[in-house]
Ligand binder design. Structure first.
Ligand code: 5RP
Length: 225
């Protein structure tokens, strides 16, 4: 029997929510990848949609698949966004940004009427925090920003790529913060974003409407808020 891919199962199920003439947000990462592939197939079969991507990587994939793209200059509201997550708790709160796209992902999700999160079962947790929380900071004074983030009770590490500081699509750095347990995501979200130099963080609180979970046994669970 072929290996079951929970990410693919979840992502493809979420694409069923897309209807003709919708404006769609395209997520980033290895789960969103499958949603974008499926959307590309449906577009070839006649689905009429326009999309806004949450990263340059997803934008390139959409372009390669001939998915029509639009922008916030033309469309302020999206009907539906499909994106992955690094952790999902029972209250639909998320950690995102493992792929470094958290800022654009949050802007796009916030502009969407419906935000569908697609994950395999490994991403479902009792409490957020085992996955280091990504925080996007501006390069200016990042050393000081990191110290202030540390004072919130985490071990912060600047993300590296090929021995250099990883740069987001927005030209910023990512600080991966080990909190272990995040008991109050909403409060932490606010405290982090109040630190000068922090652009945004990977906590998505009260944003997801639907979570689609692909299980290793081949089933798909849909949780709706
Ligand atoms: C990118 C993200 C991704 O959605 C998240 O990291 C999950 O990635 P994957 O689907 O590859 O497991 O937030 O910034």
């Amino acid at each position: 029997m072929a290996d079951i891919n929970g990410k693919k199962l979840a992502a493809e199920r979420a694409v069923d929510y897309i209807q003709q003439d919708m404006i769609i947000g395209l997520g980033t990462g290895s789960t969103a990848y499958w949603a974008i592939q499926k959307i590309g197939t449906k577009v070839k079969e006649g689905l009429r949609i326009k999309a806004i991507a949450t990263s340059r990587e997803s934008e390139k994939l959409a372009t390669d698949l001939q998915i029509p793209l639009t922008s916030f200059a033309e469309n302020n509201i999206l009907d539906l966004t499909i994106d992955g997550a690094d952790e999902v708790d029972k209250n639909f709160n998320l950690i995102k940004g493992g792929g470094g796209a958290l800022l654009r992902e949050k802007i796009v999700a916030a502009a969407s009427t419906r935000f569908i999160v697609v994950v395999d079962e490994s991403k479902i947790v009792e409490q957020l925090g085992k996955f280091p929380l990504p925080v996007e900071v501006v390069p200016f004074a990042f050393e000081r920003t990191i110290q202030t983030i540390r004072s919130l009770g985490c071990i912060p590490r600047i993300r590296l790529a090929e021995n250099k500081f990883y740069l987001t699509d927005n030209g910023n750095y990512i600080i991966d913060c080990e909190f272990e347990d995040i008991a109050h995501p909403d409060a932490l979200h606010t405290r982090l974003n109040l630190i000068p130099g922090v652009v945004d963080n990977g906590l998505f609180v009260n944003m997801a409407n639907i979570v689609v979970i692909g299980n290793l046994n081949g089933t798909v669970e849909v949780r709706t808020r």
